[in-house]
Design a protein around this ligand. Structure first.
Ligand code: C5J
Length: 225
């Protein structure tokens, strides 16, 4: 493959696609559909829909270009042995992690709500990282997989911007990976947190990474013959 150059903030970027991966964070039914974890916390889950079509366009282009694509899912073992008690205890007991909802037990691995939305469903050869925390590096083998493949740059999409996307970007940055967050491929239940989450990443010369839209990346990918 080859490299692409595109506009980004705080500065334009050139990325070697052989060393880049697309990481799609937690595009799960539990966060995006009614009756899941996001809704149980009182959120308007329809706000996350805005990220689905741009994410799908980037996923399709990444598949066409042969990029490494990694999906993540936040969730816990059925016995909740990997769920910190303080995390489980938050919120209404009827709607907590592990409680039964319309999409099965909330945020529990193997339940329908834990799965990735159909529009962005992983292909068989695309790794799926099951993570117990907000960050995709915490207690997972993500770093090992990226290092084994010589990856140095992550294109990051997913939900929510200020929680799992931000946490993962900060973890990645500390491990030496360059993060390029695709703004319209991320979303939050709180528009102001989405904006703040992106602003914090690109501030101070890109203190955690860079931010661009799906369009500049897609245009640069399409320009490759
Ligand atoms: C949250 C996430 N918001 N994937 N998880 O609890 O951002």
């Amino acid at each position: 493959m080859s490299s692409v150059t595109f506009e980004a903030e705080p500065a334009p970027l050139s990325v070697d696609l052989d060393r880049a991966a697309l990481v799609i964070i937690d595009m799960q039914r539990d966060f995006l559909e009614p009756g899941g974890f996001g809704a149980a916390l009182g959120n308007d889950v329809s706000r996350l829909q805005a990220a689905v079509a741009p994410c799908r366009a980037v996923l399709t282009a990444a598949r066409q270009r042969g990029l490494l694509i990694i999906h993540t899912r936040e969730g816990h073992r059925p016995d909740l042995s990997d769920a910190p008690p303080h995390k489980v205890e938050r919120g209404d007991p009827a709607n907590r992690i592990g409680a039964r909802g319309p999409m099965g037990r909330i945020l529990v691995r193997g339940e329908p709500g834990h799965d990735i939305i159909p529009e962005l469903y992983p292909l068989k050869d695309e790794p799926v990282i099951d993570k117990p925390g907000k960050g995709a590096f915490y207690q997972t083998d993500l770093e090992l997989m990226l290092r084994n493949r010589g990856i140095d740059t992550l294109f990051v999409c997913g939900v929510t911007t200020e929680v799992c996307v931000n946490t993962t970007v900060r973890e990645a940055n500390d491990r030496g990976f360059r993060c390029v967050v695709l703004s319209d491929c991320c979303a939050s239940y709180f528009p102001q947190f989405h904006e703040a989450g992106l602003a914090m990443i690109k501030a101070q010369g890109g203190i955690f990474g860079s931010v661009t839209g799906s369009k500049p990346l897609l245009t640069s990918l399409a320009a490759l013959a």
